[in-house]
Design a protein around this ligand. Structure first.
Ligand code: AMP
Length: 404
């Protein structure tokens, strides 16, 4: 692990002389014309706490769970040796039929925490069907991959209903009466309205990342979906945070839920946080260029504000010889997936992203998060920097702050 040189990026000693200006020349550099909450730059400078090996000692072994042998074999094949905290505590409650509220974020193993009991129920009870709702296409896809690998060989069929992809394959999958439907709220609602999906026999429901779903304005869509489901049913609500909105939604739809809270710590504790001051667009681009050249910057997400700016910055970095790609809502699902795959496999090591497109991205070895533009809120900031410092590693976050 590289040792961190505190404030390495804050110094103004690099003047970037000889480098040409970039970034398109139209941006003010984001220093002071933000629309969102004011974030005091002092909050963006922190030394990461040393990563304490947070060894969770599970009460159960996977083999203690009375679930289908194929599921257990698939978990072994995936290399899951023992349950993570959220799995250890959620799976027994779920197998008892309880509604569960899981307070856990990405990286805790929350997907398998609901996938194992849900898939087991589907295997054992041919009348059961499950709906899993996620806020973003990427997260829905990741859940689908996880479910597919855990249910391998069981014969269960599913449908992935996400926006940005053509309707054809989804309509085909729906004609086969999928036992498990995974998707984003908008597209699921779309299918309900077209009557290509009927949820009346869906008695298992998972809402993943409820807080993000509400942040993204899906509250009405989600409420409508939940009303379409069978009664009685078993519900799982996962959220990184609990606030009155999340609580309100859960209270309306859950029956005597049991809460499992997994203290992962604020993920940002694992992240060294620093700022870099810039004056003007050219200086900003130069500083970004310099940071990207640092040897410790191995895999990085660069956050920028709009689809257009993300695209422009991606092009600029490409023209400077960096292995960069972009991800934003203006790209088709296929393009987004390709960008993500290239980033995961290391064909590119810089992903320029908007906040929304970056949500749910689960790439474990991101070394740096660069906030080329300030996030709209401190909450967004925490979500952004949580992309680094995964899997017990120290991550680095650098936020560009304009000289006022
Ligand atoms: P999640 O929080 O569900 O996105 O999972 C985070 C990562 O942990 C994923 O890459 C999973 O494949 C992995 N994972 C989940 N459960 C376990 C487990 N029990 N043992 C090892 N890895 C796991």
């Amino acid at each position: 692990m590289p040792s961190y040189k505190y404030s390495v990026y804050s110094s103004t000693k690099r003047n970037g002389s000889g480098r040409r200006n970039g970034g398109g020349g139209q941006r003010s550099g984001g220093g002071g014309k933000r629309r969102g909450e004011y974030i005091d730059p002092a909050r963006l400078v922190r030394v990461a706490k040393p990563v304490t090996e947070n060894v969770y000692v599970p009460v159960n072994k996977f083999s203690d769970f009375a679930v289908d042998q194929r599921i257990l074999d698939n978990l072994t094949a995936k290399g899951y040796v023992s349950p993570s905290a959220i799995q250890d505590q959620t799976i027994p409650l779920a197998l008892e039929g309880k509604d569960v509220i899981g307070l856990a974020n990405t990286g805790t193993g929350k997907t398998a925490a609901f996938a194992v009991p849900v898939l087991d129920r589907l295997i054992n009870d041919p009348k059961s069907n499950a709906l899993i709702v996620a806020p973003t296409r990427e997260l829905a896809q990741q859940i689908e991959e996880e479910c597919r690998s855990i249910a391998k060989g069981s014969g269960l069929n599913g449908a992935l209903l996400i926006g940005g992809t053509s309707m054809g394959p989804q309509l085909r999958d729906l004609r086969f009466n999928p036992r498990i439907v995974i998707g984003t709220p908008g597209r699921i609602k779309d299918h309900l309205e077209r009557r290509t999906l009927n949820l009346a026999n869906f008695n298992l429901v998972v809402l993943d990342e409820v807080d993000r779903m509400l942040d993204m304005g899906f509250v009405n869509d989600v409420t409508e979906l939940l009303r379409e489901l069978a009664q009685p049913r078993q519900s799982f609500f996962f959220s990184a945070t609990m606030d009155p909105r999340v609580e309100g939604l859960i209270r309306t739809f859950a029956t005597e839920p049991v809460t499992v809270a997994v203290k992962t710590g604020d993920t940002s504790e694992n992240v060294h946080q620093d700022i870099v001051r810039f004056s003007g667009t050219g200086d900003k681009m130069t500083k970004l260029h310099d940071i990207l050249l640092s040897p410790e910057v191995t895999k990085v997400i660069v956050f920028d504000e709009t689809q257009r700016n993300v695209e422009r910055l991606g092009q600029e970095l490409l023209s400077r010889g960096f292995k960069a790609d972009t991800i934003h809502g203006g790209k088709s699902q296929g393009q987004r997936q390709r960008a993500l795959d290239s980033f995961k496999t290391g064909r590119t090591n810089i992903l320029v992203a908007t906040d929304v497109a970056a949500r749910g991205i689960d790439v474990s070895d991101i070394s740096h998060v660069l906030n080329y533009t300030m996030p709209q809120s401190y909450m967004d900031y925490v979500h952004r920097i949580g992309r680094a410092g995964r899997a017990g590693k120290i991550g680095y976050a650098v936020t560009f702050v304009g000289h006022n």
